[in-house]
Design a protein around this ligand. Sequence first.
Ligand code: PLP
Length: 281
Amino acid sequence: MADVLYFNGRFTTTDERVLGVEDRGFQFGDAVYEVFKFLSRRPIFLPEHYRRMERGLREIEIPSPWSETEFAAVTRELLDRSAFADGIVYVQVSRGEAQRLHFYPEGMKPTVVAYSRRFNFPDAAAKERGIAVITTDDLRWKQCHVKSTNLLANALAKKKAQRAGAVEAIFISEGIVREGGSSSFFAVRDGRVITHPLDEHILPGVVRDQVIGLALAAKIRVDERPLREDELFDLDEAFITSTTMGVMPVTEIDGRIIANSRRGEVTTTLQRLLDELESRA
Ligand code: PLP
């Protein structure tokens, strides 16, 4: 079934072919995107997603197509028009359409796309079972804090993970554990949570930020510091976070069992706190 689609100021469905072949999002990955979750037609952490998209647009010099109020109104209407109450919304803003040249013209009009999609969020059993991950070389560009649509390295890494029977690929560069192909990475050691500091090596995950806040409020120590690859051999727990996965235990890294292959205590607590926060959001 077609999904509801917002395209450059009007509503249609994903059955309509709306994009031109010379859209720079298509030809150059010259675009930023967001994915947010909605539950019972309530968007979750919408202002945080909006702010990250605005920062990304500024970084790559694409003019913002909307104010926060306009963005909220468009997403409200999108959710009202959707045939289902729980799912995700994919939003993309590209630099726009122009004759294919690396030098883009000044004053381009951005292309704006947003559509909702049904999504099977992990159920209680999946959240308890956890996932296996692999590690892989980080072959991405050097501005990973921008949520750009240049996802080739991520897609190839995740496909490699899937072929190895895993669910996520964790990027390593300079001997440091960065993040997942589409998630933030956390380790737990001696009751302390460790995750990469915010810089150009990682995306500032919306859920990452919420989970750090929840951990601190629950008096769990959080170290935002680079985790060395060799520290992966000596962890009490590990988990990833993302909009679609929430807090997901990692029970295996490159075939090595973590935490006796069971969801750890800190991970369980943070899962519960995030679920509670989302149900209030
Ligand atoms: N890191 C990368 C590279 C991602 O692509 C994503 C989500 O797609 C995340 C982290 C998690 O971000 P969020 O928590 O905002 O979903």
